[in-house]
Write a new protein. Structure first.
Length: 114
């Protein structure tokens, strides 16, 4: 079984920065995709950014140029650096890992407010 543990959410003012981390443990395959999704109240869960095990990345248009996803394969950790945060970035952020199955973290709240 795979477990994902997220850290790094919180309250930040508009224009500020936060860094989310997600550590995966358990029986993992070398080839996978790790990513971050978010869900705001009353909205569907949406992809924020994803990164393959060889470093290819994909971003939602709304975060391009502001967010950066990265990973360290040696310790099965994925990061999301979020800069120039906006109130519309407020959501619960979920870590995701896709290999033969689809795994989710418990979610971490990010609130952007003055």
């Amino acid at each position: 079984q795979v477990q994902l543990v997220e850290t790094g959410g919180g309250l930040v003012q508009p224009g500020g920065s936060l860094r989310l981390s997600c550590a995966a443990s358990g029986r993992l395959f070398r080839i996978n995709v790790m990513g971050w999704y978010r869900q705001a109240p009353g909205k569907q869960r949406e992809l924020v950014a994803a990164i393959t095990s060889v470093g290819s990345t994909n971003y939602a248009d709304s975060v391009k140029g502001r967010f950066t996803i990265s990973r360290v394969n040696a310790n099965n950790t994925v990061y999301l650096q979020m800069n120039s945060l906006k109130p519309e970035d407020t959501a619960v952020y979920y870590c995701n890992l896709k290999e033969f199955a689809n795994y989710w973290g418990q979610g971490t709240q990010v609130t952007v407010s003055s």
